[in-house]
Design a protein around this ligand. Structure first.
Ligand code: ADP
Length: 398
C-alpha cells in the first residue's frame, strides 16, 4: 500500500509518500507561503532531481492538488495515477481527551477534532483544511488522523492536573496534554530496539529538542509525564517560546506594557525563548556562533536552555524511580554534540557519561554514552512521518 503523509500548517504543507511494502519514501516535499505572494512547491522524488514549482497557491485545496499532480507527473512523478495512493495519514496537533490513539477519519471524528480547535487555534484548523482538501480531491480514499497529544493520554491525573480549581478542568478541559507524542513514542521504541530489551521493562527520558522542545518520562512504554502542557508553550525555554514561568508575570507585564491578551500570547510564543534572551536568533546554530564570538547574552541563552533540560531530566528520573536510557532527538538533539554534552554534564551521579568520540555525530542513530554505562544515552533521529504512515496502514488494513 502507498500512504501519503500530510502535515498541514496555516501557510505550509509538508508531505511524504511511502511505499509501505518496505517502508521506503518515494517522494517528499513542501508547499510554502499558501495564500501569500511567492507561494512555491518544492518536490523531491527519492531517485530524481528536486523540482520547484512556483504558482498562485491560494488555499490548501490547491496545494494538495499540486502535490497530487507532482506525485503523478510524467517527468518528476513517482506513481502513474493518484488512485495508487491507498490512504492518507494526517498529523493532527490536538486530540484533547477524545483521542488517545490514531483513528480513521469519519464525520464524527472531524467533529471531535473541530471541538479541540479551541485549544489549538493555530494548528487544528489548518490540519482540518488538509483533510477537507483530500476528501474533495480523493473521495473514497481512507484518511487517518494521528495526534501529537495521543501518546501522552496515559499520564495519570497527578501529572496532568494544574494547581487551580478543579472546575477549570471540568468546565474548560484545562490540564496538561503534552505534544510531540509521535516523536517521543518513536524514539523510545527505537531506544528499546537498540538496547535489545522490551520497551515494557524500561524507564526512558526522551528529549525532543527542536525549535519547539519537550521532554517525556516514559515508563514501560507509556508516557507518565511531559514538559509541554495545555499548549506547546509550557516547559523548556524554546526557540521563541518562554516555557514555564511564574504565572504572576503575565498580569504584571500586561499592566506595565498595556498588552492585550493576544499581545501577551504573541510575546510569550514568538518573542521569548532563546531569541528573547539572546536578542540574536531563535536558531541554535546562530546562537552557538554568536556565543563563540563572545556574545554574552547568546552564551547566557544557551546556559539557560541547557540548565533547564538538565533539571527536567533530573525531575523525570525521580518521577520514573530511576532511568535506563536518555534519548536526544529533533533538530538540536540530533545535530548538536556541544549542547548534548553540556546537558549531560553533571549527570554522572545517575551512572552515565557521554563518550566525546561517540558523541561527535550528527543525524545518526547511535549510543553516545561510555562503554558499559549503566544508563545509556542515545541520539535517535525522529521520524514522525513514518509513525503516521505505519498507523495509517494498520488502521486502514484493519
Ligand atoms: P521544528 O520541527 O520544531 O521546527 P526542528 O526539529 O527541525 O524544529 O529543529 C530546528 C532547530 O534545530 C533549529 O532551529 C536549530 O536551532 C536546531 N539545529 C539544527 N541543526 C543544528 C546544528 N547542526 N547545531 C545546532 N542546532 C541545530
Amino acid at each position: 500500500m502507498k500512504v501519503l503523509v500530510v502535515n498541514c500548517g496555516s501557510s505550509s504543507l509538508k508531505y511524504q509518500l511511502f511505499d509501505m511494502t518496505d517502508e521506503t519514501v518515494l517522494a517528499k516535499g513542501l508547499v510554502e507561503r499558501i495564500g501569500m505572494d511567492g507561494s512555491i512547491l518544492t518536490h523531491k522524488p527519492t531517485d530524481k532531481d528536486k523540482v520547484e514549482l512556483k504558482a498562485n497557491i491560494s488555499d490548501h485545496s490547491i496545494a494538495i492538488k499540486m502535490v497530487l499532480d507532482a506525485l503523478a507527473d510524467a517527468k518528476h512523478g513517482v506513481i502513474r495515477d493518484m488512485k495508487e495512493i491507498g490512504a492518507v495519514g494526517h498529523r493532527v496537533v490536538h486530540g484533547g481527551e477524545k483521542f488517545s490513539d490514531s483513528v480513521l477519519i469519519t464525520p464524527e471524528v472531524l467533529k471531535g477534532i473541530e471541538e479541540c480547535s479551541e485549544m489549538a487555534p493555530l494548528h487544528n484548523p489548518p490540519n482540518l483544511l488538509g483533510v477537507a482538501a483530500c476528501n474533495k480531491l480523493m473521495p473514497g480514499t481512507p484518511q487517518v488522523a494521528v495526534f501529537d497529544t495521543a501518546f501522552h493520554q496515559t499520564m495519570p491525573k497527578r501529572a496532568f492536573l494544574y494547581g487551580i480549581p478543579y472546575e477549570a478542568y471540568e468546565k474548560y478541559g484545562i490540564r496538561r496534554y503534552g505534544f510531540h507524542g509521535t516523536s517521543h513514542k518513536y524514539v523510545s521504541q527505537r531506544a528499546a530496539a537498540l538496547m535489545g530489551q522490551p520497551l515494557e521493562d524500561l524507564r526512558i527520558v526522551t528529549c525532543h529538542l527542536g525549535n519547539g522542545a519537550s521532554l517525556a518520562a516514559i515508563k514501560n512504554g507509556k508516557s507518565i509525564d511531559t514538559s509541554m502542557g495545555f499548549t506547546p508553550l509550557e516547559g523548556l525555554v524554546m526557540g521563541t517560546r518562554s516555557g514555564a514561568l511564574d504565572p504572576a508575570i503575565i498580569p504584571f507585564l500586561m499592566k506595565k506594557e498595556g498588552f492585550s491578551a493576544d499581545q501577551m500570547d504573541n510575546y510569550l510564543n514568538k518573542k521569548s525563548g532563546v531569541l528573547g534572551i539572546s536578542g540574536v536568533s531563535s536558531d541554535f546554530r546562530d546562537i552557538e556562533n554568536a556565543a563563540g564570538d563572545g556574545n554574552e547574552r547568546a552564551g547566557l541563552a544557551l546556559q539557560i536552555f541547557v540548565y533547564k533540560v538538565r533539571k527536567y531530566i533530573g525531575s523525570y528520573v525521580a518521577a520514573l524511580g530511576g532511568v535506563d536510557a536518555i534519548v536526544f532527538t529533533a533538530g538540536l538533539g540530533e545535530n548538536s554534540p556541544t549542547e548534548r554534552a553540556s546537558i549531560c554534564e553533571g549527570l554522572e551521579f545517575l551512572g552515565t557519561r557521554i563518550d566525546p568520540a561517540k558523541n561527535n555525530i550528527r543525524g545518526k542513530e547511535q549510543e553516545i554514552s561510555v562503554d558499559g554505562a549503566k544508563v545509556k544515552i542515545f541520539t535517535i533521529p525522529t521520524n514522525e512521518e513514518l509513525v503516521i504512515a505505519r498507523d495509517t496502514k494498520t488502521i486502514v488494513g484493519a
